[in-house]
Design a protein around this ligand. Structure first.
Ligand code: HEM
Length: 154
């Protein structure tokens, strides 16, 4: 069970990174270039939100059910703070990634509610930038932007 969920969570990272880059490209060029908000802009932001929600669900299952890192981390938080990998998954990864998903959600919701095309692009551009910074920082701090946990811990 853990390896299936972990593999999906691991591969879905690449889809999320690709979707973040695509939404960043469309929203910043749409905002700066004063372009109209196209159907493709909407589809890209829905796809990003869907992938982020899937990642959140897979992450929460790992966090509370299948991961040995968070099981050990939550069993003794004091000791976990002294172990970089237990601290990373129990605190840093979970906190930063949940915040990133919240930013993606806020970008989508506020863009949908905006009444002009410029404002739609702007909301997506700003919130998606903030989410991307968090995701890249959280993965980058442990060398997980590319590759697997197994190779990062060797
Ligand atoms: C954009 C959001 C996220 C991305 C890009 C992401 C990415 C990753 C990556 C690349 C790994 C290492 C996979 C491996 O090679 O084994 C991982 C592991 C993990 N993630 Fe996430 N994650 C995200 C969100 C979350 C969230 C929201 C949670 C839970 C609250 C979470 C919980 C975990 C846990 C517990 C592990 C360790 C699994 C293990 O025991 O090996 N992740 N994540």
């Amino acid at each position: 069970m853990h390896s299936i969920i972990n593999t999906l969570h691991s591969y879905n990272r690449y889809l999320i990174l690709a979707a973040l880059v695509y939404v960043l490209y469309r929203s910043w060029s749409g905002w700066m270039g004063k372009k109209s908000f196209e159907k493709a802009d909407n589809t890209a932001s829905v796809a990003l939100l869907g992938l982020a929600h899937l990642q959140l669900l897979l992450g929460l299952i790992q966090y509370f059910v299948t991961s040995a890192y968070t099981r050990d981390g939550m069993a003794d938080m004091g000791a976990a703070m002294k172990n970089e990998w237990l601290r990373y998954f129990t605190v840093e990864h979970a906190f930063m990634m949940i915040l990133a998903v919240v930013f993606i959600q806020v970008g989508r919701t506020t863009s949908k509610k905006a009444t002009t095309d410029e404002a739609k692009h702007k909301k997506l551009a700003i919130w998606t930038t903030a989410a991307t910074v968090l995701v890249v920082a959280a993965l980058g701090m442990k060398g997980l932007l590319i590759g697997t946990l197994a190779s990062a811990t060797q």
